[in-house]
Design a protein around this ligand. Structure first.
Ligand SMILES: [Zn+2]
Length: 236
């Protein structure tokens, strides 16, 4: 089992851990990790593992059950090794800003239209989300963009809470993915933006809304009868 350090501290850039399992000489499971494992539309982190003085590249990270597997290139690693992990922070921080901007946009659109998310993918340069609506137009999107940037301008703190499963399930508004409800877990992780928004979520986020930067919706696409896609980028 791997402790996911990023669930409670998304600003951890370096950490120390022990290798608990190695498969095929290159897939290393650690007892704990700050490398984000690909999921929920957020790409995995990349970076380095320092192992016995050697610098190895972490090229892919994915969870298998309770274990987080790190695909390693450039050297040897074995069970029992003590390692130091160093994240590619530029990439991670960009994805944190993108993930928080996605929550702001999803919250604005949910409040305005009651729409849920039907798909999405975060990227370092641009991101996209699909919503179950029939009638987005440019004018509406401009209004959403303005509302989202007003939230950015308010510097609202972004915090993480853990709620008992039953308590979380009594708040349907925190589940924004259409037709996706979490399995029965002991507790659910909730990402909150003050009184503005709360969403059940496993991703990494910046510490307040102003760190997101300016949100610019660059594209609106029709992806079917009740499916509209927005694409957006962030300013520096
Ligand atoms: Zn999220």
């Amino acid at each position: 089992m791997t402790e996911k350090l990023y669930l409670t501290d998304s600003y951890m850039k370096e950490f120390e851990a022990e290798v608990t399992k190695v498969t095929d000489g290159k897939y290393a499971v650690l007892d704990k990790t700050a490398f984000y494992a690909i999921s929920g539309g957020q790409p995995n982190d990349t970076g380095k593992l320092i192992v016995n003085g050697n610098e190895l590249n972490v090229v892919f990270v994915k969870a298998f059950g309770e274990d987080v597997s790190h695909e390693i290139e450039g050297g040897e690693i074995k069970e029992g090794d003590n390692v130091k992990g160093i994240l590619d922070w530029g990439k991670r921080h960009k994805l944190m800003r993108m993930h928080s901007s996605a929550h702001i946009l999803a919250a604005v659109i949910y409040k305005e239209l009651g729409s849920l998310i039907t798909g999405g993918q975060l990227g370092e340069e641009k991101s996209r989300m699909d919503f179950n609506v029939t009638d987005f137009d440019r004018e509406l999107l401009t209004a959403f963009e303005e509302k989202a940037n007003a939230i950015v301008g308010q510097t609202i703190p972004i915090t993480v809470d853990f709620l008992p499963y039953e308590e979380a399930m009594a708040m349907p508004e925190i589940f924004r993915l259409k037709n996706v409800l979490p399995k029965n877990l002991k507790e659910l992780r909730i990402v909150k933006m003050g009184d503005f928004d709360a969403q059940a979520d496993g991703g990494t986020h910046v510490k307040n809304t102003s760190e997101v930067g300016e949100i610019k919706i660059t594209k609106l696409e029709n992806k079917g009868a009740e499916n509209r896609r927005i694409v957006w980028v962030l300013g520096d």
